[in-house]
Design a protein around this ligand. Structure first.
Ligand code: GLU
Length: 492
């Protein structure tokens, strides 16, 4: 007999009133772009309406458990600012929030469903097969006398519990994105709800949990769309209110293929390791399948929460475009405060610049407008720790109207000026060079070009002579100019 008192107690625990959404990842060890988008939309729907966002870990597939995988989920959500109101780590009114800790619940509900006539005990050998290939119309256990079935259960016979799908009629369910979908009941199989070991199948646990947790909007990938009619029949069988379904179309690599980690498509962690900013990834991912009104594309998380509207989620699959993400990323980098940029850039700067005397914040200033991804940084700074060996042909530059003898002359004259500058700051270094150009009656480039080549040894650098000299400091700048003079003099 079903434990009705216990069921009543559970019903009484269910929070009611506001919007409650849940992100229900299975711990796989990484966060797919598609999963991140589901988490984001789920969070946005809750936040948009002042509701609750719940984290539930769906770890029923014990065979696929990955060590540390739950931490990846916590870390990613926290990094992205998708804070949860209830979950395994923070608790909540309908704990526990980890499916493996809820195993005691499902059999009780399944027994109740049997009593309500929407499920039945099945003793057939082939019941081990949960794949759904079983023909319910042929299952002899479907028509067993309930008392007889109970007697066999009590006598210790092995059984599974199957859903009793009506043989006739049509099940219609509504999805917020896909509209009304109807399925002939005869196409649905009497799926297993409780396995021989007494544990639930994934589909059953999912429905029971969503109900017990008072979920109002079930947001998930459209691969679950085909399970929805059976879910609906379960809700109806229990007499429970059906939540709103929000099935999101997949994120694709191209027209025909879903993004997949196995095929080398990046996960959220991969993108971060490739130098993308979390905020840029989130903003881009938000627009993969959802479009705000108007042309605007750059949105903070808070702004997204205000704007987000389920009716603007698209039915069509979205294609992940790394170039577009890169564009978003550079926009985000440019929009950061210099202090924030310096903070995120520093680890990348230190990959290339080991000399602690060189100031990372100062270096960050020359990079902010010049990189699209943080991983662009190290290769741009390969001349700071040590002057690379360079060809004196670099001194010859048409546009700046420079030649080697002219450069040698400029370097010889600027060296004592630099040595005796009262202060080593941007204004003084700049003035030293522009004053010399003015006195010579030439363009500034004629002085700055040779200085920049001498101190960097490269034709292209982030930042010009002033910024680089300032970063290197007076001593190193003058040492490099002295080296340049020696190089050019040796050829003269
Ligand atoms: N645990 C499922 C997954 O990670 C989620 C299914 C759902 O949200 O209903 O794909």
């Amino acid at each position: 007999m079903a434990d009705l008192k216990w069921i009543e107690e559970q019903e009484a625990r269910i929070p009611r009133g506001g919007v409650r959404t849940r992100f229900a990842p299975s711990p796989t060890g990484y966060m797919h772009v598609g999963n991140l988008r589901t988490a984001l939309y789920t969070w946005l729907i809750a936040r948009h309406s002042g509701g609750k966002f719940i984290l539930r870990i769906e770890d029923t597939d014990r065979g696929r458990l990955v060590e540390g995988a739950v931490d990846v989920i916590y870390r990613t959500l926290a990094e992205c600012g998708l804070d949860h109101d209830e979950g395994p780590d923070v608790g909540g009114p309908v704990a526990p929030y980890i499916q493996s800790e809820r195993q005691g619940f499902y059999l009780k509900y399944a027994e109740w469903l049997v009593e309500r006539g929407h499920a039945y005990y099945c003793f057939c050998e082939k019941s081990e097969d949960e794949s759904g290939s079983f023909e319910h119309t042929e299952d002899p256990c479907r028509s067993l006398d309930p008392q007889e079935a109970l007697r066999r259960v009590r006598s210790g016979e092995a059984y599974v519990i199957r859903q009793r799908i009506p043989r006739e009629g049509v099940t219609v369910f509504h999805d917020e994105i896909f509209g009304d979908i109807s399925v002939e009941n005869c196409e649905l199989d009497d799926q297993v709800l409780i396995k021989r070991d007494g544990l639930p199948t994934y589909n059953f646990a999912n429905v029971v949990d969503d109900h017990m947790m008072g979920i109002t909007h079930v947001v998930r990938g459209s691969e679950y769309l085909s399970s929805a009619p059976k879910y609906n029949l379960l809700y109806e069988g229990f007499g429970w209110e059906i939540p709103k379904y929000v099935h999101c179309s997949p994120v694709m690599r191209d027209q025909h293929n879903k993004m997949s980690k196995r095929h080398g498509d990046p996960s959220y962690e991969d993108l971060i390791a490739e130098g993308y900013l979390t905020e840029a990834v989130l903003n881009y991912v938000a627009l993969l399948g959802w479009s705000p009104e108007g042309e605007r594309e750059i949105y903070s998380l808070g702004e997204l929460a205000q704007e987000f509207d389920i009716s603007r989620i698209s039915k069509s699959p979205a294609i992940f475009d790394i170039e577009k993400l890169t564009h978003f990323n550079s926009e985000y980098i440019r929009a950061m405060s210099p202090e924030d940029f310096a903070r995120v850039a520093e680890p990348y700067i230190r990959q290339a610049v080991k000399n602690p005397a060189l100031d990372a914040a100062l270096i960050a200033q020359i990079l902010q407008a010049r990189c699209e991804k943080l991983t662009d940084i190290p290769e741009k700074l390969d001349f700071l720790d040590a002057l690379p060996d360079y060809d004196t042909e670099l001194y010859v530059h048409k546009k700046s109207k420079t030649d080697k003898p002219g450069c040698l002359d400029v370097l010889r004259r600027i060296l004592p000026v630099f040595t005796s500058l009262a202060a080593w700051d941007a204004e003084s270094i700049m003035a030293a060079m522009t004053d010399m150009a003015a006195a010579d009656g030439v363009k500034n480039a004629k002085v700055m070009w040779p200085v920049r080549i001498a101190i960097s040894g490269k034709a292209v650098t982030p930042g010009g002579a002033v910024e680089i000299a300032r970063i290197l400091g007076r001593e190193e700048t003058c040492a490099r100019i002295t080296q340049g003079i020696a190089k050019l003099a040796a050829e003269a």
